[in-house]
Design a protein around this ligand. Sequence first.
Ligand SMILES: [Zn+2]
Ligand SMILES: [Zn+2]
Length: 172
Amino acid sequence: MLINISELISTPLKTETFKVPVDMEVYELNGDQFPFLEKSELVLTVSNMGNRKVHLEGHLECTLGIPCNRCLKEVAVPFHIDMDEEVDLSPDRQDDMADDSYVEESCINTDALINHEILILFPMKTLCRDNCKGICFKCGKDLNKGECGCDRASLDPRMAAIQDIFKNFKEV
Ligand SMILES: [Zn+2]
Ligand SMILES: [Zn+2]
């Protein structure tokens, strides 16, 4: 959603609070999509700080479904987002502030703002539990539910070579 703040910018000391529903169904990162399992509305307070600078203060609670890095089972990962950003809307602002892509002209793109905040908090690694055993790379069974009986060691060609050496050794 776009919040037009052109009136706010032209009114000194004005502060306005917006309650914005989150329309997005998924969060996208590097081509992967993570569904929003839960989301509150975004409460965003925009304050005019003068000189075409605004202060954004916002809060959003959401939960994303992120696959476990080992077994791919979806894990509900909560995000507590507290925004505290200062945005420079002056036309001569440094264009190297690529982070400000959630600002378009005199509008705040709330979806882009939320994406920006989630990216900061996105976990490097997600596990369904600390000792997740992952899935068998041969048959795909979830090894947390028990052994599948596959001989996983033999798929490694280096291991196979060593086993051959031992076999030959025995035959001599
Ligand atoms: Zn797992
Ligand atoms: Zn298996």
